[in-house]
Design a binder for this molecule. Structure first.
Ligand code: SAH
Ligand code: DHB
Ligand code: MG
Length: 219
């Protein structure tokens, strides 16, 4: 199986099931024009995040790792009229591009981009949040997961992106900081009695990667 086939299937699903969207396209174009890395979630992944947030009835969402706001727009659109998404971004340039993209999406009232290192801005937040999307520096994933649990309630959902890393997550001998970060968050989920969790491998536009998903099952 090759990246070419994964791309073809992602293209088929996206062309068929994800409606063309000028605002999301513009967000990706503006991000690229500003020189941001092209590492936003794929369209079909963005839509899955959106559907899960709707399914859950999420009213307060916390994202860690904004980039140009692509996933934030998908998640922001899942919110009810009185919902709110807070998204944390280290790089002021990424945050500026994201704010412009979020404004173009008509979501400025619902979405707040907070600039700074997440580890410094997380302590300023008040929970509970219903839904978390953790997608920033991978080394810190276990710490971000612990913060998410702290800012959660029973029924909150925590999704961590990019934990599979071409399968390296199963390599206990890896010296790659991001792989070590992935293993640490999986182990933190296993050790946390307040959550019930699983992991999922995915292929597609984003290569071979996957999510860890944890449901907070007690207060
Ligand atoms: N969620 C986005 C992609 C995020 S890419 C999407 O799918 O559209 C990861 C982002 O995390 C980058 O913009 C990077 O600058 C940011 N980041 C890296 N380290 C961080 C930190 N310590 N605190 C907050 N954000 C960080
Ligand atoms: C990278 C980061 C991501 O969040 C992602 O989804 C893909 C790649 C990266 O840092 O390379
Ligand atoms: Mg990611």
């Amino acid at each position: 199986m090759s990246q070419r086939r994964w791309d073809a299937v992602d293209k088929y699903f996206t062309d068929t099931l994800v409606a063309p969207d000028a605002v999301l396209d513009a967000a990706l174009e503006a991000s690229k024009a500003a020189g941001l890395p092209e590492i936003a979630v794929a369209p079909n992944q963005g839509k899955l995040l959106h559907l899960i947030a709707r399914l859950q009835g999420a009213k307060r969402i916390l994202e860690i790792g904004t980039l140009g706001g692509y996933s934030a727009i998908w998640l922001g659109r899942a919110l009810p009229s009185d919902g709110k998404l807070t998204t944390l971004e280290y790089d002021p340039k990424h945050a500026d591009v994201a704010r412009a993209n979020i404004a173009r999406a008509g979501l400025s009232d619902k979405v707040e981009v907070i600039t700074g290192r997440a580890i410094d801005t997380l302590p300023t937040l008040t929970g509970p949040f219903d839904f978390f999307f953790i997608d920033a520096d991978k080394m810190s994933n276990a710490e971000y997961f612990r913060w998410a649990v702290k800012l959660s309630r029973r029924g909150s959902l925590i999704i961590v992106d990019n934990v599979v890393r071409d399968g390296e997550v199963a390599n206990a001998a890896s010296t790659d900081a991001s792989v070590i970060g992935s293993r640490k968050v999986i182990e933190a989920m296993a050790a946390e009695p307040r959550v019930s969790a699983t992991g999922l491998q995915t292929v597609g536009f984003k290569g071979y990667d996957g999510w860890a998903v944890a449901l907070v099952v007690s207060d």
